[in-house]
Design a protein around this ligand. Structure first.
Ligand code: PLP
Length: 405
């Protein structure tokens, strides 16, 4: 279990007062708040080791150590070698670089599969490849529970399927996809799997080797870090990628995907974010073990918050919750619509009362279209982080019931 007092004390942002109360940060899926050790790591990098990489002097050596430390931390988070972790601006930019690299070795008529559940960041980098004659299939999902149609996915497989791009968890409605099933399907036809882990990694322990995916992308700003993207590439698959590189750029993995100077302070902050998660572990061990236990504690803390919220929302007249039911395997991200109300209006009113929630499609644009919610401004989304509390959930339900009266 999370030590809530310790956990909340790490986040200076939680001091914010709005409308006479402590602000309630239910906006985690858009980016979590940042703990003090991450803030210190970012400033510490800039004060003590701010230099470009590979220099023959003190600050550059320190800087290189920090960058290596960040790769090691990310590999502890994901369960891989530090050679398998590349850093970049964000998940979207890395996914575009990956799709362009993979496409260099594909021929017109080769096929790719994406899903209607996903964030556009794991759709558009693949659909743009239609320009070069590749065929992109789209897998639907069943509304309102928003579960992927695995039979339809199976039906789209062929000898020419080269990539299945899918999300581990939906940032819009919290669905957790059956990655093992998708990976098995991909392997049956020799296709690569590209998993969007942006919404999964902040809520569950991750072992990329057990998942069996070839590539997994995520973003540190969703798990208490700064605005930095990361990509895991399974060594054999990563080493085959013909990435677009500058002439002096390293050919070796993971550097072959990284163009230009990286976000050094962001990488230092990413290592600290992993340390923060490890610090939530109730047990001792090496960092990989403590990160796993820390993530398990986060999952155990967030799940009942989401369960209670869904059950409370289901009691409110005119409110429809979308996504998997309360007790299903799901991410702690709960989205709903209110009859006769625009999502943005409800979110604005809640914001004035000190409850920070998102409204819209959160770039899961196809999902909102399929649910028929475009005209109503999409969904209202509540996302949990380990600094949220059962009391905040009760107060939110109370506030919402007055807002929608
Ligand atoms: C599930 C999911 N995938 C991808 C992205 C895009 O991530 P980034 O902002 O790092 O490009 C997001 C951002 O919200 C997301 O929630």
């Amino acid at each position: 279990m999370i030590d809530l007092t310790y956990c909340r004390a790490q986040f200076p942002a939680l001091q914010l007062q709005v409308a006479g109360r402590s602000a309630v940060f239910f906006d985690g899926p858009g980016g979590t708040q940042v703990p003090r050790n991450v803030l210190d790591a970012i400033t510490g990098y800039l004060v003590h080791s701010n230099a470009n990489a590979g220099g023959r002097f003190h600050t550059s050596r320190l800087s290189d150590e920090r960058l290596a430390g960040a790769r090691q931390a990310a590999s502890d988070l994901l369960g891989c070698s530090s050679r398998e972790v590349a850093f970049g601006a964000n998940m979207t930019t890395l996914t575009y670089a990956l799709s362009r690299a993979i496409a260099r070795d594909l021929a017109p008529g080769d096929e790719l599969i994406v899903t209607d559940l996903d964030h556009q960041a794991n759709i558009c980098p693949w659909t743009v490849l239609e320009e070069q004659g590749l065929v992109v299939h789209r897998v639907p999902f069943a509304a309102p529970e928003c579960v992927l149609d695995y039979r339809a996915l199976e039906g789209k497989l062929s000898k020419r399927t080269k990539v299945i791009a899918f999300g581990l968890a939906s940032n819009a409605v919290g669905t957790v996809n059956d990655a093992a099933r998708v990976v098995a399907m991909a392997r049956s036809v020799g296709a690569l799997t590209v998993a969007d882990g942006v919404h999964y990694v902040p809520h569950f322990p991750v072992d990329v080797k057990a998942l069996g995916v070839d590539f997994l992308l995520c973003s540190a700003y969703k798990f208490f870090g700064p605005h930095v993207g990361l990509m895991y590439g399974r060594e054999e698959a990563f080493a085959k990628l013909r990435t677009y590189r500058l002439r002096p750029q390293h050919r070796e993995i993971p550097f072959r995907l990284e163009t230009g100077t990286l976000n050094h302070e962001g990488m230092a902050g990413t290592e600290a974010a992993v340390d923060f998660i490890a610090g939530l572990s109730p047990v001792a061990g090496d960092r990989r073990q403590r990160v796993g236990a820390g993530m398990t504690a986060i999952e155990a803390w967030e799940r009942p918050l989401a369960t209670r919220l869904i059950e409370g929302l289901n009691q409110l007249p005119g409110v429809t919750v979308y996504g998997p039911p309360a007790r299903a395997m799901r991410a702690p991200t709960v989205s709903f619509a209110v009859k006769g109300r625009q999502a943005g209006q409800v979110a604005s009113r809640l914001g004035e009362l000190g409850f920070f929630v998102w409204a819209g499609d959160f770039y899961a644009s196809t999902l909102v279209d399929v649910l028929g919610l475009r005209e109503r401004g999409g969904l209202i989304r509540v996302g949990f982080a380990p600094y949220n509390t059962p009391k905040e959930v009760e107060e939110f339900l109370q506030a919402l019931s007055t807002v929608i009266l």
